[in-house]
Design a binder for this molecule. Structure first.
Ligand code: NAD
Length: 305
């Protein structure tokens, strides 16, 4: 189904950090496609300082003046219960949760203060947990839920000056993969995106001509498809930005097999190192399921020379 046909009538969407950037684009989109929208935003700076109601109010007004249904919530994502309560109190349900709120506290690892670490953890990990935790019982009860979490290339690949942010963003990948496994039988699907787009977060680090080609509205179609009732994908990671959308997956090299006995020494491993890093016959694991198979293969080997 083409995204322009996707609609969300009767569904309630909570978008965290929806007062600007990507979150605003999601909220305006869902508001224009028949959904009830909770526009959550703390209204602080991109470093997580201060707060205010203006950012969320402006987006609510935008949705309402275009004929959509939206309410504001000004809590920090650390208070997920109150954000989900806003959805229940106003619209009686929650169907889609987009954990999007985020901040940056970029500084080299050597100079990072504990506050830089703690604040990133609180907004990105604790915040996503807190909102998902509050929505989960509703999803389970109605046997329907769609969750989008927000990672980053910084989390998948590392990024200078972002040990705090990369750690949090990759943690959300594991969080999402497990939510997908636990939610599956209740028709709760969870996916995670690593976006790249022009926003106040990126405008200081990228040149204007690059930002021009990274419009935040180009992230919306992927989120729209993944949160629609017709979607069948869950537990997946996507990179998205500037008109390119691609699924990402784990890859495991065939690896070295060494008999698990006293012949399994550092020297024996070093002799087989090329197999450890050889991706010519790679697999794409989705869980620890083939661990037994690996164990049996290794047991049958002769001792290492
Ligand atoms: P943004 O700063 O424009 O938007 C983030 C919004 O979250 C802001 O409106 C902010 O007020 C809100 N927010 C911050 N802390 C909050 C809290 N505790 N509670 C509620 N709201 C809070 O940035 P953006 O680029 O739109 O980022 C959106 C998400 O995408 C973030 O999770 C970010 O880490 C992620 N991301 C963005 C990019 C990019 O290229 N823009 C790249 C990778 C990941």
């Amino acid at each position: 189904m083409a995204p322009q046909e996707l609609r969300y009538e009767g569904q309630t969407v909570v978008v965290t950090g929806a007062g600007g950037g990507l979150g605003r684009e999601y909220a305006v989109f869902f508001g224009s496609r028949g959904a009830n929208v909770v526009v959550n935003d703390l209204g602080g700076s991109f470093k997580g300082e201060g707060k205010g109601s203006q950012a969320a109010d402006a987006v609510v007004n935008e949705i309402r003046s275009a004929g959509g249904k939206a309410v504001a919530n000004y809590d920090s994502v650390e208070n997920g219960a109150s954000i989900i309560k806003t959805a229940i109190d106003n619209f009686g349900r929650i169907d889609i949760l987009i954990n999007n709120a985020g901040i940056l506290r970029d500084v080299s690892f050597k100079n990072m203060k504990q506050q830089d670490w703690d604040l990133i953890y609180k907004v990105h990990i604790y915040g996503a947990w807190s909102c998902t935790r509050a929505a989960w019982p509703y999803f389970r009860k109605q046997k329907y839920g769609r969750v989008i979490n927000t990672a980053s290339a910084a989390g998948l690949f590392g990024s200078f000056g972002q040990t705090n942010y990369s750690a949090a963003k990759l943690a959300l990948v594991g969080f999402t993969e497990t939510l997908a496994k636990e939610g599956f039988k209740y028709n709760i699907f969870a996916n995670i995106i690593a976006p790249i787009a022009a926003s106040r977060m990126t405008e200081t680090v990228m040149p204007p001509d690059v930002l021009e080609n990274l419009k935040p509205k180009w992230i919306v179609p992927l989120v729209a498809v993944l949160t629609h009732k017709s979607n069948t994908e869950t537990g997946s990671i996507y990179e998205v930005g500037g008109g390119h959308i691609a699924k990402i997956r784990w890859e495991r090299a065939k690896g070295a097999f060494l008999k698990p006995d006293d012949s399994l020494t550092p020297g024996a491993l070093a002799a087989k190192w090329k197999d450890v890093v050889n991706f010519a016959e790679a697999e794409h694991p989705q869980g620890p399921a083939n661990a037994l198979e690996i164990l049996e293969t290794a047991q049958k080997l002769p001792p290492s020379p």
